[in-house]
Design a protein around this ligand. Structure first.
Ligand code: COA
Length: 207
């Protein structure tokens, strides 16, 4: 796998007008809640740091704006759609981005490890996924599902049983399977780790 990952502390971000393009600043101004604004800015800062390192472009020449239907962001560099696969996540004071020049499909998710009740687990996971127990396991499983949803690009439109993860292996059904096949049924690898203490992180790569 050839992915680069960057985490940023949301308390240590540069001012928005130093890194956002004019169009990004216009979108940023429409975000009403301070928490959402700082997360949106943090995800962009993390991604722009990576893309700057790969392409040499300046922050404001790199634009990451949401697409109207799916919410999946579109990356442009110097005004041109970028072929780089990328993904953004944020959780409780942190944002992260990943980028790959080789893997065509990418999804990441970061979540704080916290108390996960049995009722919560039953709501979101199919019994076949619950091969272990405990807050760390359930949080890891959640990040795997979310990373897969982002890799597929579907966002909220799927129900959680359509994207299962059984012992680190994805299993798609229903609309998730259709989308997966439309992408050419890529081979997907999942890497899950506690990269930031107290947080689970999953990187899903497909090629
Ligand atoms: C939007 C979603 C993809 C992730 O949301 P989340 O885990 O709450 O939030 P994260 O911080 O990890 O990720 C948000 C980022 O995902 C990215 N994203 C949003 N929609 C996306 C899509 N359709 N495809 C890929 N990435 C997407 C964006 O970059 C967004 O950050 P930004 O708006 O600041 O740019 C979506 O799965 C969601 O809201 N899920 C909520 C829970 C749920 O029902 N899960 C079902 C799992 S099967």
């Amino acid at each position: 796998m050839s992915c680069q990952i960057k985490e940023v502390d949301l308390n240590r971000l540069p001012p928005a007008d130093e890194i956002l393009s004019e169009r990004e600043q216009a979108f940023f101004q429409t975000l009403r809640f301070p928490k959402r604004r700082v997360e949106w800015l943090g995800g962009r800062f993390a991604l722009k740091e990576l893309v700057r390192g790969l392409t040499g472009a300046e922050y404001k020449g790199i634009e990451v704006l949401p697409q109207p239907t799916s919410g999946k962001p579109l990356l442009t560099v110097g005004g041109t759609n970028s072929p780089l696969a990328f993904s953004i996540t944020h959780s409780r004071g942190w944002a992260a981005a990943a980028v790959s020049t080789e893997e065509p499909f990418l999804g990441i998710d970061l979540e704080k490890i916290e108390i996960r009740t049995d009722a919560w687990a039953r709501d979101f996971f199919h019994p076949s996924e619950l091969t272990a127990a405990g807050d760390a396991f359930l949080t890891a499983l959640w990040t795997q599902k979310e990373a897969l949803v982002k890799l597929l690009g579907t966002g909220l439109s799927l129900n959680s049983y359509e994207v299962r993860c059984i012992d680190g292996k994805p299993l798609f059904s229903g609309r998730a399977r259709q989308v997966y096949e439309q992408l050419g049924s890529p081979a997907i690898t999942l890497q899950t780790a506690e990269r930031i203490p107290g947080f689970m992180f999953t990187l899903a790569c497909g090629h």
